[in-house]
Design a protein. Structure first.
Length: 278
């Protein structure tokens, strides 16, 4: 069924923990009749050049993006970055540092799984990735591939979910650091799925640190949540974005591309904030 959404600004690919290739992301967006998309993989820009080329060929408006984890107090919140310069040496160095920390965390989780009777090496987990950027989803897929669980959901429920025996907390930079890095790369930092982040009281502080938008339209939000975050965005002079958080097929608990997003005026405001032609 064609999407009624104009622009889906929160999509993942195999460059992080999605199951579509960047080219497949674009092809699916075209099938759905979307006018614009953003690829926002976790802590990597590895899929952006491929997606950009495919979007140009297909005549699809493309927003280069990223989704980055960050800490606010004891909370892990995600910051979306739109129109980042994904060829910036400084930004790429910053992301390489994050990648190394992910590998250390992944090795710790593999050791815990092994101690729990599910021998798993870091190399086995890495074989589930396309560019060496390891997430818990990749480790869960390796657990399933090794025959220790029936599906990814079971792995998270019993072993790798927050607080479970084999879980290791993720290292994050502070939200202020992430916001500054995105802005230094020419990007627009936006708080992802704010209701899920439970960080409303931190929004004024994040605005002072340079936050420029809220993801008001997402499937974690009920109608009153959408209204609430649009009001907050208006109060603080922030952009409102939206997207499906699509991770592609074969990813339990994730959403369908084009099921949530923004209209053309919202996209135009994002472009204007980034100094891009509307």
């Amino acid at each position: 069924m064609p999407s009624k959404v104009f622009a889906d600004l929160h999509i993942h690919s195999i460059a992080s923990d999605g199951t579509f290739t960047p080219t497949e992301v674009v092809a699916r967006a075209v099938e759905l009749g979307l006018h614009a998309i953003a690829l926002t993989d976790h802590d990597t820009v590895a899929g952006l050049a491929e997606a950009m080329a495919a979007a140009e060929e297909a005549g699809l408006d493309f927003v280069p993006g990223i989704e980055m984890g960050s800490d606010v107090g004891d909370r892990d919140i995600h910051i979306l970055g739109y129109y980042v310069d994904y060829q910036s040496p400084d930004f790429l160095s910053y992301l390489e540092d994050l990648k190394k920390k992910r590998l250390t965390r992944a090795a710790d989780m593999c050791e815990r799984l092994t101690a729990a009777g599910m021998p798993l090496t870091l190399d086995e987990a890495l074989r589930q990735t396309t560019n060496g950027l390891l997430t818990r989803a990749h480790i869960a897929r390796a657990v399933v591939a090794a025959g220790y669980a029936r599906n990814i959901g079971e792995v998270f429920e019993l072993h790798l979910g927050n607080g479970k025996p084999c879980f290791v907390p993720k290292y994050n930079f502070t939200a202020g650091d992430v916001i500054a890095a995105i802005k230094a790369a020419g990007g627009i930092p936006v708080l992802a799925h704010p209701q899920l982040s439970r960080a409303d009281e931190k929004i004024p502080e994040l605005v002072e640190q340079g936050l420029m938008g809220l993801e008001g339209h997402c499937l974690d939000h009920k109608r009153h949540d959408v209204e609430h975050y649009i009001e907050l965005a208006d109060k603080y002079g922030l952009i409102v974005t939206g997207g499906s958080d699509c991770h592609g097929p074969r990813t339990p608990g994730r959403f369908t591309m084009g099921s949530c997003g923004v209209d053309e005026p919202r996209l135009r405001l994002l472009k204007q904030a980034a100094g891009r032609p509307a």
